[in-house]
Design a protein around this ligand. Structure first.
Ligand code: SAH
Length: 360
């Protein structure tokens, strides 16, 4: 029989299973705490649960979530990049970044990705499969247990397109913010999307105030199509309209990501065009409100399979200056773990190549 992952059950589902086995309801609470607060890795770890109940559970459920198989640690800033193995032999990557305000983890939402963005390594072999909520949770749980510290912030910006795996990602969001689990507020979670319009709108209705980050990467439809194939499916004007809808529904300040590529989207005229494109969202007010959005400029991290290069500093800062002059909140993404650098999806690929295995 194909066993289900125990960690995948939310509180109500676990209660239904436990009462269905004629066990007292409070056992569900105890088991949930073991799994989602203490990161129990096996049935044996759950000390106060009777062996008979664990035996019954193990007939239908397994506990086999992600296991770290490689960890790279930055000597510069303590960033840790993890390769985690899943029960079926697939591997994914997750990154821990240490900030003054706490520990932030960047998680993957799929094994690979099928969105095809030109500069991204995660998409080179397409999408192998979606991750389950349990697997996404275990990325966080494994990292917490590895460092012996709490994680306070999550960014869904690793491999995969979260809104292409909608149901499991929303289940993950509910469970990670559950007060009986790690209780990480949705406000401390950022979900990054290439712009799947209907699912941005759906997410706005979930009552989960996560920060939405949109991968914009271009100041107009034509350039966006060149860089991101998904742009052919969803028009830029519709994507921005969906972001506006999200902002109006949730009140969460939007984040736009712009990977800057030398000679492709880094001209100062493109910064002007970008400024007017986003002017519908209003400007930041002097000395007052922060505005409805900010832009993160990410100098592209070159991958060997493509010839996209990072812009030089002068060009990058000129681009930033134009946006600032136009009253836009803009930051250049600080690169964490430069000495163990690898762009989204590269670490996983390297690990697979070194293991001598095929990548799918
Ligand atoms: N699919 C989602 C989330 C994963 S990618 C999305 O598209 O947003 C997370 C961010 O990293 C995206 O903005 C993506 O465009 C960017 N990114 C991926 N590879 C990159 C690279 N090599 N250099 C710079 N940014 C990259």
């Amino acid at each position: 029989m194909n066993k289900k992952e125990l960690c995948e059950l939310n509180t109500e589902e676990l209660e239904a299973v436990i009462t269905g086995l004629n066990e007292p309801r409070y056992r569900a609470g105890q088991i949930y705490t073991w799994l989602h607060k203490h990161g129990a890795k096996s049935f044996e770890d759950m000390k106060n649960i009777p062996v008979s109940l664990k035996e019954k559970l193990s007939e239908s459920f397994r506990m086999t979530i992600a296991e770290p198989v490689e960890v790279l640690i930055s000597k510069l800033d303590g960033t840790r990049k993890y390769v985690l193995a899943l029960y079926d032999g697939n591997v994914i990557e997750a990154v821990l970044m240490r900030y003054k305000h706490g520990n932030s983890v960047c998680i993957s939402s799929q094994v690979g990705c099928r969105m095809g963005c030109r500069f991204c390594a995660s998409t080179l072999d397409g999408c192998v499969r979606n991750l389950t909520a349990a697997e996404m949770l275990s990325e966080i749980y494994r990292i917490e247990s590895d460092i012996g510290e709490r994680v306070s912030n999550i960014v869904i910006m690793g491999s995969g397109e979260p809104l292409d795996n909608y149901d499991e990602v929303v289940r993950f969001l509910r469970m990670i913010s559950d007060k009986n689990g790690l209780n990480i507020s949705a406000r401390n979670i950022t979900l990054s999307t290439c712009g799947i319009v209907p699912n941005i709108k759906r997410l706005a209705e979930e009552g989960l105030p996560v920060t939405l980050a949109l991968s914009l990467h271009a100041p107009n439809q034509k350039k966006r199509e060149e860089i991101m194939p998904i742009a052919k499916k969803y028009e830029l004007s519709d994507v921005l309209e969906a972001c506006r809808y999200y902002y109006n529904k949730t009140g969460r300040r939007l984040s736009f990501e712009y990977s800057v590529v030398k000679g492709v989207n880094d001209h100062k005229d493109e910064a002007e065009e970008l400024s007017s494109l986003l002017s519908v969202f209003g400007k930041k007010e002097r000395g007052g409100r922060e505005g409805a959005f900010h832009i993160n400029l990410i100098p592209v991290n070159p991958i060997k399979e493509r010839d996209y290069q990072s812009p030089d500093r002068t060009t990058l800062y000129r681009f930033k200056d134009v946006l600032e002059k136009n009253g836009i909140n803009v930051t250049i993404r600080r690169e964490m773990g430069r000495d163990i650098s690898s762009a989204c999806g590269q670490l996983r690929r390297r690990h697979i190549e070194n293991a001598g295995a095929g990548s799918d």
